[in-house]
Write a protein that binds this ligand. Structure first.
Ligand SMILES: [Zn+2]
Length: 96
């Protein structure tokens, strides 16, 4: 809705139902609009699911540097170790 608060302020948008609307209504509406803006801007969901096998935690992939793929350093290390072991599993040292 657009309001000027009975002429006491310039016209501006409000996303609650009225000036006396309860705070929780405003909070839900403002959160929904914020989520809308993030999805619109990024053209996708604002989060991601951890890329580690067996982990379903969600994370915020954005920040400084490249996008994050893992929820924690622990998951990243576990995946790196698993990938290393998979690469070296076929390597068998020649026996004498
Ligand atoms: Zn994880």
């Amino acid at each position: 809705r657009l309001t000027s608060h009975a002429g006491t302020a310039p016209w501006h948008p409000h996303i609650d139902s009225g000036d006396d609307a309860p705070w929780d209504e405003w909070f839900r509406a403002a959160s929904a609009v914020a989520l809308l803006a993030v999805v619109w801007e990024r053209q996708g969901p604002p989060g991601a699911v951890c890329a580690a096998r067996g982990c379903a935690r969600v994370l915020i992939p954005y920040g400084a540097g490249p996008p994050r793929r893992y929820c924690s350093r622990r998951c990243a290390t576990r995946e790196r170790v698993a990938a290393h072991r998979a690469r070296t599993a076929g390597d068998v040292s020649p026996s004498a």
